[in-house]
Design a protein around this ligand. Structure first.
Ligand code: ADP
Ligand code: MG
Length: 597
């Protein structure tokens, strides 16, 4: 892999691993989903020194996964062995495990895939061979061998994954989650190997097409090549604004790109980590990246960052996880602090940009000037019709009570002020209410969007249509959300594979934030977190991204307007995703705490 990968072109013979070697290799449940198949096939293509890889997927990989490469190919006499158990050309002895320079080493991917697939074909031509060889398996059984023609390289096609395993098939993630995982695998390859061309097509659309820049000797460790991959996987703008970093410390090397704070995301998936060129998931290292951004990102925001760590092969164990997506570092603390310090100082150096720091530790009360009412009003004796009856009666004094989200209307509320740039403090007939401004606004927009979506006049055309360049994940999600977005009042035209033109928005949403809003919705469409029943995720996402954020200062007019809107909602007590919009402190409890009762 890396430079070693492209040089590892001299074809070593494939042989069966001696039993003890096979035994020392973690027996892995390697093939648990289409994304895992794709990962193995891509790694094989990279190990074969391919410079151009094409991936075609149908039905989120369930129907077909095809990977074509222009690598070494497999000599015809070794083809059967390659699909046999624990056959690898990359590892001979256990000692080799600590000196690995290839992605694959266990020799178990092809046999496992052959067994899991309804049909597997491998068509391959080694450079020295005049013709190509084809081998075909059905549910793990060899059914065909023949010769044919093709350019040097290998094509592996996997049809009907888990066909004979209905239980497996039933446990597969929803197609959109699977698509997300497939895009993730392919984009990790583009980032790990930016000097190789990679093209990904899913059901005829191409969410990822990475071409290395022409000319120049772009080695794997060339930061400019990586910047090109950043543009392919995320967006050109992200790559333009990103900051390069690199550092060296006690035998460890670090480099990469960290995204500008303005390219903040709501998900962690913009943090991409590579250890010795291998994409890995490592909570601690991801956290180190997040920590580096602490002063620059709002809470709940995540950065984009591509981080490449190089350590001597002997100081990392890559054989701790069946899919090789986790590694064990000898000195994790060292890596952690190197990552954090390096990225932090890269960010600090570029103070040209306005820091986005939010004062989250200061309590703020925006005075409601027009009011002379007392803070609390005791409920008049005898009036007991209003909520919250049981919840508050059972709560111990002073305890915050979250009102159960039910279909119940709100009494009319009086704005007192804002706290923490997050809560609206209000007075209701029973006591003090803290309203989460974001959740409340989400609820208001959600109901408004749902009620207006069928009316054509609910659209607000943009005077200047906005062109949105999409990243690979957003492009893959576009199909999923398209129809619903249109019925809500978004008018969107695809523009090539990776861009959209936004012509109008639902009236209920603020046009100033149109781009950010739409991106948020597209990203959410790929989110596979469970959602409550009878819930419209696209509408909820539109409401969420269109609403005021935590951290926004609201004046008393805005707060009162929001409370009026919330009072009119059908279900004012929770946001569309079920979080509470308000908590109440009963006046009775306050009186008890002040020993007035
Ligand atoms: P591993 O990658 O762990 O060696 P695999 O089962 O994935 O095991 O592959 C078995 C062998 O088949 C590899 O060692 C390699 O020699 C050969 N092979 C697989 N895919 C390709 C490919 N795309 N191009 C060239 N050789 C390949
Ligand atoms: Mg392999």
């Amino acid at each position: 892999m890396n430079q070693a990968g492209s040089q590892q072109v001299a074809q070593a013979a494939i042989r069966e691993l001696p039993a003890p070697v096979a035994a020392q290799i973690a027996a892995g449940e390697v093939i648990e989903r289409p994304a895992a198949v794709l990962k193995e096939l891509l790694e094989n293509a990279l190990d074969a020194g391919a410079n151009r890889i094409e991936v075609e997927l149908n039905e989120a990989g369930r129907q077909r996964i095809a990977v074509h490469d222009d690598g070494n190919g497999i000599p015809p006499e070794q083809l059967r062995l390659a699909v046999g158990r624990h056959a690898t050309s990359k590892l001979r002895t256990v000692d080799d495990l600590s000196q690995l320079t290839t992605y694959g080493f266990r020799g178990e991917a092809l046999p496992a895939i052959a067994a899991a697939a309804g049909r597997l074909t491998v068509t391959t031509r080694a450079r020295s061979q005049p013709a190509a060889a084809l081998i075909e398996y059905e549910c793990g059984r060899l059914v065909r061998e023949q010769t044919g023609a093709r350019a040097p390289g290998t094509s592996v096609e996997v049809w009907d994954l888990f066909q004979g395993q209905p239980a497996r098939r039933a446990f597969l993630a929803k197609p959109r989650a699977e698509r997300q995982a497939l895009v993730r695998v392919a984009s990790d390859v583009a980032l790990a190997e930016p000097q190789r061309a990679l093209r990904l097509t899913i059901d005829g659309r191409t969410p990822l097409a990475h071409e290395p820049a022409a000319g120049g000797s772009t080695g794997a460790h060339d930061l400019e090549a990586l910047r090109g991959a950043l543009a392919s996987v995320f967006r050109a703008g992200v790559a333009e604004r990103a900051l390069a970093f690199s550092a060296e410390h006690s035998g460890m090397g670090l480099d990469g790109w960290c995204g500008s704070p303005e390219d903040v995301r709501r998900q962690r998936d913009g943090i991409r980590l590579f250890v010795n060129g291998r994409p890995v998931h490592d909570r601690r290292l991801a956290y180190a990246v997040q920590e580096a951004y602490r002063d620059w990102l709002p809470s709940g925001g995540f950065p984009i960052a591509v981080v490449r760590l190089r350590v001597p092969p002997a100081s990392v164990d890559v054989n701790v996880h069946p899919a090789k997506t986790e590694v064990k570092l000898r000195q994790p603390e060292l890596a952690f602090s190197l990552v954090q310090r390096t990225i932090r100082s890269a960010l600090a150096e570029s103070r040209r940009r306005t820091p986005l720091r939010l004062a989250s530790d200061a309590l703020e009360f925006a005075e409601d000037a027009g009011s002379t009412q007392p803070l609390l009003r005791v409920r008049p004796q005898g009036v007991s019709a209003l909520p919250p009856a049981n919840a508050v009666a059972e709560a111990s004094p002073g305890q915050l009570v979250e009102l159960a989200p039910e279909h119940r209307s709100l009494p009319s509320l009086r704005t007192i002020g804002q706290m923490h740039r997050t809560f609206i403090v209000a007075e209701g007939p029973d006591g003090l209410l803290l309203v989460d401004q974001h959740a409340a606004h989400e609820r208001v927009l959600y109901e408004r969007l749902l009620s207006q979506s069928s009316e054509p006049q609910a659209r607000q055309p943009l005077i200047q249509p906005i062109t949105l360049e999409l990243d690979a994940a957003e492009a893959a999600n576009w199909n999923v959300a398209a129809a619903r977005l249109e019925s809500l009042g978004f008018e969107l035209d695809p523009f090539g594979e990776r861009a959209l033109i936004l012509r109008s928005l639902p009236k209920a949403l603020d046009s100033a934030a149109a781009e950010q809003l739409l991106r948020g919705i597209l990203r959410d469409a790929g989110d596979r977190t469970a959602e409550p029943a009878r819930f419209d995720p696209v509408t909820a996402s539109a409401a969420c991204h269109g609403s005021v954020r935590r951290g926004s200062v609201l004046d008393s007019v805005a707060m009162s307007a929001l409370l009026r809107d919330l009072e009119r909602c059908e279900n004012p007590h929770s946001c569309p995703r079920g979080r509470p919009t308000l908590v109440e402190i009963a006046a009775e409890d306050l009186l008890r705490r002040f020993r007035r009762k």
